[in-house]
Design a protein. Structure first.
Length: 129
């Protein structure tokens, strides 16, 4: 699930510091999100998974990580009506969130990136369109 940093930079050419601040905010505020999603999935807490997914949908959209935003939306919708089908989506969203955090960290040089493959999904950071 690419995070399009170059696209984000070009969209805000006069505010490059904003992209860095956004990445720092995502890392600082989202560090516990993947583990929280996994705990909520294990507990079957679909209502809270839906709330987390809604938040992540906005974060991913702001980062121009369209696939992650789509997954967050599918997760949010998948938890409505107490549908247990939202649980596997929450676990997939946890992996995607791990990768978004790693992409932001890599961009800022904060911590080493995650391996290209975690779990069942392979996610990549892309600077292309």
């Amino acid at each position: 699930m690419p995070c399009r940093w170059t696209a984000k930079d070009s969209r805000l050419p006069r505010r490059p510091e904003f992209v860095e601040r956004l990445a720092r905010l995502v890392i600082a505020s989202g560090a516990e999100t993947p583990a929280r999603l996994r705990r909520l999935a294990a507990a079957g807490n679909l209502e809270q998974i839906g709330r987390e997914a809604r938040t992540l949908k906005g974060v991913a959209g702001n980062l121009m990580a369209g696939e992650a935003a789509d997954l967050a939306l599918r997760t949010q919708l998948g938890t409505r009506g107490n549908d247990p089908g939202g649980i596997p989506l929450a676990l997939e969203l946890a992996v995607a969130t791990d990768h978004l955090l790693a992409a932001g960290s890599e961009r800022l040089g904060v911590i080493p990136p995650l391996p290209d493959s975690v779990g069942e999904r392979t996610l990549a950071v892309s600077d292309g369109p």
